[in-house]
Design a protein around this ligand. Structure first.
Ligand code: ATP
Length: 202
């Protein structure tokens, strides 16, 4: 059975933590297709500094252009409203009915997963793949994995050292006028710089 990985997020902006997750998930799952799925509006957090859809999409396309077999979908952005993972997976399941879907996430997300909207349906549609984000989260993430298994879901973990990095740090650095070249791929840093993104209320 063909395997398709979906990696959803706000990507505000894309950074090396996301890149590490992508590479680790590819080594663990060996998928036939890998889809980056930027959310229009994340259901779980209020993003006051959410960059417009087209710049976030363009940044992801630049990041994906350096990765073989990784594509970017504008499905959630085109659909609009709050981007619920279950709806996206239902759509992909209709599109690729004979494929096994995987949904990739960092350990912070796995810990709260069972509170997500229609979590049990998500578990019917996809295998979860968890990448450690911070060593201190791993015990809670493993126990979330066990609770997911008790509900009949499947969750696999990548084997990797965490890379502590967040979009928040990238945005804070830019506001402080500091370089971000150690946090994001070069084409992403260049795009942000060229377009003056995240500099504040100007
Ligand atoms: P913000 O700082 O704005 O809250 P973020 O860095 O958490 O953003 P998101 O786009 O919200 O980035 O995250 C999308 C997905 O990527 C989530 O599943 C998250 O757990 C995962 N992720 C983000 N950063 C890392 C990282 N450093 N290591 C592993 N996974 C990560």
């Amino acid at each position: 059975m063909k395997k398709t990985v979906v990696f959803g997020g706000t990507f505000n902006p894309f950074h090396f933590g996301h890149l590490k997750l992508i590479n680790e998930v590819i080594s663990t799952v060996r998928p036939d297709r890998f889809i980056l799925m930027p959310a229009h509006l994340p259901p779980h957090k209020i993003e006051e500094e959410l960059l417009n859809d087209s710049d976030r999409l363009e940044i992801l396309r630049l990041a994906a252009s350096e990765l073989s077999g990784v594509e970017v979908s504008d499905y959630e952005i085109k659909t609009g409203g709050k981007s619920y993972t279950v709806n996206t997976l239902e759509y992909l399941h209709r599109l690729y009915p004979d494929e096994q879907l995987y949904f990739a996430m960092g350990s912070d997300m796995l810990i709260s997963f069972l509170n997500w909207y229609r979590a049990e349906r998500i578990l019917e549609l996809a295998v979860l793949v968890c990448n450690c984000r911070d060593e201190s989260e791993m015990a809670a993430a493993k126990s979330a994995g066990e609770r997911i298994a008790e509900k009949g879901g499947r969750c696999v973990f990548t084997e990797c050292e965490p890379l502590v990095c967040s979009s928040t740090t990238v945005r804070e650095r830019i506001k402080a006028g500091l370089p971000i070249t150690d946090l994001v791929p070069k084409p992403v840093a260049d795009y942000i710089e060229r377009n003056g993104l995240y500099r504040g209320n100007d």
